[in-house]
Each structure stands twice: as C-alpha cells, then as structure tokens.
Design a protein around this ligand. Structure first.
Ligand SMILES: Nc1ncnc2c1ncn2[C@@H]1O[C@H](COP(=O)(O)OP(=O)(O)O)[C@@H](O)[C@H]1O
Length: 176
C-alpha cells in the first residue's frame, strides 16, 4: 500500500485548525484526527479546571490509544498541543496564526470565559505554540501559516495538499 504522511495542524484555539483539517481531508486521502474527540471517545481526561472550564488530557493514555493507527501514516492531527507526539511519527507541522483582534472576536463568539479568552490571546501574542513546535521538531518540518481571511484557508489547504502530493512521490518511488 502507498505510504502516506502524518501532518499536525496546530495553533491557538480559534485559529482555524478544524476548518483547515476538514478541507484538507477532503482534498487528500488523509484522515482528520480530532484529538479532542479521541480524548472524549476514549476517556483520556485526567482532571477538570473549573475556572477555565477545560479538561486536562492524560497524554500517555492518549498516545497509547492512537499509536497503532497513526504509526501507519495518513493522519491529520488536529490539536492545540503539538509537542507530545514522537518525532518519528510526524512529517509536517503546520502552525496556524491569527491576528489578535480577529482571534478575540472568534473566541468571544464561542462564549469562552474572559479568563480563557485572555489566556489564549496572550498565548497567541507570545507565539507559544510556534515555539513549542520549533522546540519539539526539526526546523525544516515546521511551517507557520496565516489564518485571518477565508481566502487564506483555501491557499493554505492548496499549499499543504501540494506538499502531500510531493511527499507521496518522494516516498513511494519504488512502487511506480
Ligand atoms: N482563515 C480564516 N478566515 C476566516 N474565518 C476563519 C478562518 N479560520 C477559522 N475561521 C473561523 O473561526 C472559527 C474557529 O475556527 P476553527 O476551525 O473551529 O478553529 P480551531 O479548530 O483552531 O479552534 C470558525 O468560525 C471558523 O469559520
């Protein structure tokens, strides 16, 4: 069977991860793996933060749950945490970035608490996730893409799709 790459689409909540992942899954034959959904379906939650109204994920259990599938390749991993996946699983890391004002509007529309909005906006300003991605993976596989306008969604998806096609050519030569 043809080999397929694994891609992480990451970014602060509201930057457009799930929107990009859905379109990318349609454009390629990779599968969208929403880590929030996997954690819910497999009871990978550890503790609940009342103030932030969010769950902490049991990362070991989560990795055990997805390991056999993801190691085969062909997944688009959708999560705001990017640095827990073993380097050997991952071929490309896309970090989505959004202007603070737009991100504020998107998070407000989600009716997040003031504290949760503030924490996320601060994280975006400090480029926390981009730095985590750069620390965890080789520099050349981490790309930063802007996600402010809807036209950018299309061009980002096109660009990543082209990357997938090239990866497939480079990694399945002997099967042609
Ligand atoms: N590049 C963009 N331009 C315009 N709207 C966007 C863009 N990216 C995301 N959105 C909108 O922002 C909201 C959050 O997007 P979503 O994909 O759910 O983000 P995430 O999965 O990162 O939390 C959605 O309403 C989506 O339509």
């Amino acid at each position: 069977m043809a080999k397929l790459p694994n891609i992480i689409i990451t970014g602060t909540p509201g930057t457009g991860k799930s929107t990009h992942c859905e379109l990318l899954a349609e454009a390629t034959n990779l599968k969208h793996l929403s880590i929030n959904q996997v954690a819910k379906d497999n009871d990978c939650f550890e503790s609940y933060d009342e103030e932030l109204k969010s769950w902490t994920v049991d990362e070991d259990k989560l990795l055990d749950t997805i390991e056999d599938d993801v190691k085969k390749g062909g997944y688009i991993i959708d999560w705001h945490v990017c640095d827990i996946f073993p380097k050997s699983w991952i071929d490309l890391v896309v970090v989505l970035r959004t202007d603070n004002k737009m991100l504020f509007d998107r998070l407000t529309a989600r009716s997040y608490s003031e504290k949760k909005i503030e924490e996320n906006i601060d994280a975006e300003i400090m480029q926390v996730i981009l730095d985590e991605a750069r620390d965890a993976y080789d520099e050349e596989i981490v790309i930063e893409l802007q996600s402010n306008e809807s036209e950018e969604i299309d061009s980002n998806v096109e660009r990543i799709t082209a990357w997938v096609e090239q990866w497939k050519k480079n990694n399945n030569e002997s099967e042609d």
